[in-house]
Design a protein around this ligand. Structure first.
Ligand SMILES: [Fe+2]
Ligand SMILES: [Fe+2]
Length: 475
């Protein structure tokens, strides 16, 4: 069952050929998807042979299959993690009962909304990243970008499968609409804010894959707990792909830092403006990018108090991160959680019912997790002997959703006046001139084994390939 059938027109491990209605719906959607990919997928890449991994099964070792393929020929399909025998609902009012194989009528609207919102982020990120191929710092990086893009495309397939199999005509309409919205489009934008931002350069791409794909990890992990078993199984397999996306982000930023520190040590220069003359990204600029991507991403978890979050949890639709590892009653009625609010010019704690604060619970879990990688980046700086401290901004900094949407807060967590904010914001968030400088570094490097000046080579190749491996054949 875990093995993927590649002989069908649509690769799958769900016995698609036995469900003719679904098969027809998906085969109808497939050409529209390919049209979207050709219009909005990686720019000018249709003829390249790219060294990609393709899943052969949904077992942990199912990723062993690597080979050169043209991306439009990538075998997108429907892959679910193996069913867990006798799985029970792990939280909420139905805790302990059998999980659902079909959508209960009373939860239909909420489940559809959850699936559509998740599904919408997948093509959005491909659209955001579609121009990056023209400025790749190496074949290795170009290949990683393309790998992420085809997998985000498959994540869209995963959500479309759920919509078409379980939501009838509404689901089919939603599946079409997922191909019609466009990232950043004024008339028909993607659903969530961060997915309408541009990813204009490779530093932004690494920050996005480190921070924003990690939001994906937490959302998927919460959905993997769902009482709706097909959603749990699709998201469990998607999580295995997400790990590579975050790796690309973490190692990418790490290599930028390593190269900058190398030049700083070799030249003895610390002044950012002087350092820029050597064509590397100064660490204050990197910090401002970090501040931007971090703050935009934590907005994705939603308002700190949300009655929807309570409903999603109590009805078993969306759990907490690592729900089963927590030792409480998994029902949470009568429990409280501390959130922050701005009061009389200071940030103060406030206790609220935990059920209403589950967005904040997930955000706080995310914050803990994302800080670990920033610590590893710091070690690269320390090891090089460079005197610079990276930091993660306060969670109230630069927020546009929830309690802090109308409060100005510094990265250190101080509540500010509008004037204080305006005076300092250029030190905290990447400016037009920062972005213009980073953009000026983005030239295409495609010779095998060569890297742009502003980034260090990776310590090891993909699938342990040698340093001069040809990851992309340009046709
Ligand atoms: Fe994804
Ligand atoms: Fe991802």
């Amino acid at each position: 069952m875990a093995d993927i059938n590649y002989t069908d027109k649509i690769p799958n491990n769900v016995n698609l050929s036995e469900d003719r209605t679904l098969q027809r719906a998906l085969e109808h959607w497939q050409p529209n998807y390919l049209e979207w990919w050709n219009d909005m997928g990686p720019n000018g890449s249709g003829q390249h042979d790219v060294y990609l991994r393709t899943a052969t099964s949904t077992e942990p070792d199912g990723w062993a299959n690597f080979g050169h393929v043209k991306m439009p020929d990538y075998r997108w399909g429907i892959f679910l993690a193996q069913a867990q025998e006798q799985r029970k609902v792990g939280f909420g009012d139905e805790k302990g009962r059998d999980v659902w194989q079909e959508v209960p009528g009373e939860h239909r609207a909420n489940l559809r909304r959850i699936i559509v919102t998740q599904g919408d982020t997948e093509p959005a990120s491909v659209e955001q990243q579609r121009h990056l191929g023209t400025t790749a710092p190496s074949q290795y990086d170009l290949r990683n970008l393309f790998q992420i893009n085809v997998e985000e495309g498959r994540h869209l397939w995963a959500m479309v499968y759920l919509l078409q199999k379980h939501f009838g005509r509404d689901g089919r309409e939603e599946a079409e609409a997922l191909l019609e919205r466009r990232s950043g489009d004024a008339d028909n934008p993607r659903i969530l804010g961060a997915f309408n931002e541009e990813t204009p350069d490779w530093l932004a791409f690494y920050m996005f894959t480190y921070f924003t794909d990690r939001d994906g990890k937490f959302q998927l992990a919460a959905l993997a707990e769902s009482a709706f078993d097909p959603l749990s199984r699709t998201t469990r397999f998607m999580l295995t792909e997400e790990a590579h996306h975050m790796f690309v982000g973490e190692s990418g930023v790490s290599r930028v830092i390593a190269r900058t520190c190398e030049v700083m040590k070799a030249t003895g220069i610390e002044d950012p403006a002087e350092l820029r003359k050597h064509g590397v990204i100064d660490l204050p600029t990197l910090q401002r990018y970090l501040n931007f991507h971090y703050s935009v991403t934590i907005d994705l978890f939603g308002a700190d108090q949300s009655s929807n979050a309570a409903i999603f949890y109590s009805s078993g639709l969306k759990g907490r991160y690592e729900e089963s590892k927590r030792d409480d009653d998994h029902i949470l009625k009568g429990r409280s959680y501390k959130i922050l609010e701005a009061k009389d010019g200071a940030l103060v704690e406030k206790e609220v019912p935990m059920l209403n604060a589950l967005n904040e619970v997930l955000r706080d879990d995310y914050i803990r997790d994302s800080g670990a990688g920033v610590g590893r980046w710091q070690r690269v700086i320390d090891k090089a002997g460079v005197d610079f401290k990276l930091s993660v901004p306060h969670k109230a900094f630069n927020r546009h959703i929830g309690t802090f949407a109308n409060v100005r807060v510094s990265p250190a967590g101080q509540v500010l006046s509008e004037a204080e904010w305006a005076m300092n914001v250029d030190q905290w968030l990447a400016t037009e001139s920062d972005r213009a400088y980073v953009a000026s570094l983005m030239g295409r490097v495609v010779e095998t084994g060569k890297y742009a000046n502003w980034i260090a080579p990776p310590p090891i190749g993909i699938n342990k390939q040698a340093a001069d491996f040809e990851y992309v054949r340009f046709n």
